[in-house]
Ligand binder design. Structure first.
Ligand code: 5GP
Length: 116
């Protein structure tokens, strides 16, 4: 049995979040603790805990993360200057919430890819 996280409640609108986009496959909302002027999380509506749990049936929705990220980057006005897309996996990847999500970060130069 896969444990739900707070993201499932945000997707179902049971708890509040600053949702910037939602469709049948993904939900996007602003990170509660933003690391850049734009920091949006784009989350699969179905609960897949980590990249390690992906199956071929998830390919459409995982691909959709990228086109939604682009749509949001454009609407945030950061597409031309650029941005970073991150998906963390498990402990070494720094994943805190076990519900697959892509970080869209931008609005300032983001520095080197890794802090160390
Ligand atoms: P991860 O480390 O799993 O890749 O990223 C999880 C992200 O979710 C973190 O950046 C964290 O700030 C964000 N987050 C955790 N709980 C909440 C919440 O309840 N609401 C929102 N909007 N973001 C959250």
């Amino acid at each position: 049995m896969v444990e739900e996280t707070i993201f499932s409640k945000i997707i179902r609108r049971e708890i509040s979040a600053d949702v910037v986009y939602q469709d049948e496959l993904v939900t996007a909302f602003r990170d509660i603790s933003p690391k850049a002027p734009t920091h949006v999380l784009i989350v699969l509506n179905v609960l897949v805990p980590t990249v390690n749990d992906l199956l071929p049936i998830h390919e459409e929705s995982m691909g959709h993360l990228f086109t939604v990220a682009l749509k949001i980057a454009r609407s945030e006005g950061i597409a031309e200057d650029g941005y970073r897309l991150i998906i963390n996996c498990n402990r070494h990847g720094g994943q805190e919430v076990n519900h697959i999500h892509m970080h869209l970060l931008g609005g300032r130069p983001l520095g080197p890819m890794l802090a160390y």
